[in-house]
Design a protein around this ligand. Structure first.
Ligand SMILES: [Zn+2]
Length: 304
């Protein structure tokens, strides 16, 4: 994977809340079911999270999301010459690419306008429209305020704890979260919630379909990412290789529900699956990537 040095990094698509006091600094730990503390707790947190829809947050109250970010430092950093060496600037550029893709694809494929959503960089804890969250939950999308949240130190955790190494894991994670934003805009997410209420026995199975669709959308973005450009028309990626795609697939596999349960030393229990098995996640990311068409991401219609 190579990013274009000439692409302009549009920091207005992110909100930097890492400064002064870590944004809210509430640090209220999120209760995570089944955690046994230590590494197990962390891994379970990663699973809930990763890419997790972070919907566990819905149970929480508080929220408010009145915090304001300050992009001054980020803006400066990302307009400097070595910007692409900086994790936060690269991630901002990934966000730019993902949103550039959907701005075109959503009207084309679904006949609806895309509405941009910012990604909030936070450290440790953050106040969101879905409640207070801390880094333990991993990256998530909050449908109540239409924002993606990520503590960028999550990638270290992903690499160290789950062995999901490789740079392309990062845009994959972000593209998955933006997949949830697209589901929100299309009404898929709200529809799924209503279905869950009518059919609580199938709540987890429905959640899996939503998650797999977000993986598939991430694949569709990956296929089209080299066609995305900044506002001046400069391409964002100069190349994405087979190996990058393999890294995304590898990450999708590592965060499958069965893989995470195994790693945490618990028996594999399909009833507890909320994101899909390794095989399913791999399969749906690959489907989005091979077709390059979000229409093919029909996880709800496939009877899976
Ligand atoms: Zn998700």
């Amino acid at each position: 994977m190579e990013l274009n040095e000439n692409a302009r990094i549009d920091t207005s698509q992110v909100e930097d809340r890492r400064g002064s006091g870590g944004g809210g600094g509430m640090g209220i730990p999120i209760p995570i079911g089944g955690g046994r503390g230590g590494i197990v707790g962390i891994i379970i947190a990663v699973l809930v999270a990763l890419v997790g829809g972070g919907f566990g947050l819905n149970a929480m109250n508080g929220g408010g999301g009145a915090e304001q970010g300050d992009n001054t430092a980020l803006e400066q950093k990302c307009s400097a010459q070595d910007a692409l060496e900086q994790l936060d600037c690269r991630n901002t550029l990934y966000v730019n690419s993902i949103q550039a893709y959907w701005r075109t694809a959503m009207p084309e494929v679904f006949g609806k306008q895309y509405r941009p959503s910012k990604t909030v960089f936070f450290s440790q804890a953050v106040s969101t429209g879905c409640g207070q969250a801390d880094s333990g939950v991993g990256p998530f999308y909050c449908p109540a305020d239409d924002l993606v949240y990520i503590d960028l130190t999550f990638y270290r955790l992903l690499a160290d704890q789950l062995g999901a190494e490789g740079e392309f894991a990062q845009p994959y994670v972000l593209a998955h979260e933006y997949g949830h934003h697209v589901q929100d805009l299309l009404g898929t997410e709200a529809q799924m919630r209503r279905q869950q209420q009518r059919d609580p026995d199938n709540a987890n199975a429905l959640s899996v379909k939503l998650e797999l669709q977000a993986d598939c959308y991430a694949g569709a973005w990956a296929k089209n990412a080299t066609g995305t450009a900044d506002e001046q028309g400069q391409k964002i990626f100069t190349s994405i290789t087979e190996q990058d795609i393999q890294q995304a697939i590898d990450t999708a596999e590592k965060i499958g529900d069965d893989a995470i349960q195994q790693r945490s030393g618990r028996p594999v229990n399909p009833d507890e699956f909320t994101h899909g098995t390794s095989e399913q996640r791999k399969q749906w990311f690959t489907k989005g990537w091979s077709t390059g068409d979000p229409k093919s991401c029909d996880t709800f219609g496939s009877g899976q």
